[in-house]
Design a protein around this ligand. Sequence first.
Ligand SMILES: Nc1ncnc2c1ncn2[C@@H]1O[C@H](COP(=O)(O)OP(=O)(O)OP(=O)(O)O)[C@@H](O)[C@H]1O
Ligand SMILES: [Mg+2]
Length: 301
Amino acid sequence: MADLVADLAADLAGRGYIADRPLATVLHLARQLELPVLLEGEPGVGKTAVAEALAAAGGARLVRLQCYEGLSAHHALYEWDYARQLLDIRLGEADGRGGAELRSRIFSSEFLLRRPLLEAIWPTDDRPVLLLIDEVDRADEEFEALLLELLSQFQVTIPELGTIRAERRPTIVLTANRTRALSDALRRRCLYHWIGFPSLEREIEIVRTRLPEASDRLVQRGCLLVQRLRAGYYRKAPGVSETIDWLRALTLFGATDLDRDRVEDTLGCLLKDSEDMALFRGRDGEAVYREFGLLADGRTA
Ligand SMILES: Nc1ncnc2c1ncn2[C@@H]1O[C@H](COP(=O)(O)OP(=O)(O)OP(=O)(O)O)[C@@H](O)[C@H]1O
Ligand SMILES: [Mg+2]
């Protein structure tokens, strides 16, 4: 079991994703126990990316449902192909067909448009599927209720067709940012893991994987500076994606170490809120610059 978890972590690393042991363990268990997994965490800590890497590592097709307010069963589950149904009715009338036969024909799977949830349960090809239900907390509570049957029985019910149960259970990953509380019913059906900000060592490893061209010193000091900002009083602490974007920008400028002017120029890669910007420019930045030995005239202490 321990080796299998390490193997999975190595497979994910092969796809460019650095997972710590608790995350690799929960993903391994999700696959072995055939249970959905709910990943919560701050923005930009790699929730979506891990689902993509897991699909790639398992040779699975990624079927993604991006959630949003007002997301309905039509967009998530299935729709009838009205245009084709109408055409078929017209043709049927011309041929003198109609009634029950026509009705059962136009409500058969041939006229069904599979949206992500149905596609995951009843795929159109025979590759294994990883279903990513991304940012589930953005959808309404009614939508959550719609998911419960899928998450516990791996089946969905379509009134005209009946219950459709997965022949092969897809791996299901849900992500959430805590924009609203998820129901206990949904949580109960999933394994749960909180993805926090990575440790300094792990963040350095992540950046090295994603940005092999960046200088070692820049990566080390840059990650340290990001960790320092996370410990401050910022409304929106920078995520791993911000670290990567920022160090990519600095590398693009040819930087091999931190430099005060360059940090100023690229601050928008790290801080995404005007109050946070003001806090850094007002007083915290000076403290950070002092801590990192970055003097105002461009020299390094
Ligand atoms: N552990 C990691 N290993 C490799 N790359 C990572 C890791 N964590 C984050 N990243 C990178 O950071 C970026 C942001 O990740 P991702 O989009 O998955 O974050 P998220 O948690 O889904 O954010 P949001 O909540 O805003 O959707 C991606 O480019 C991803 O590759
Ligand atoms: Mg995401």
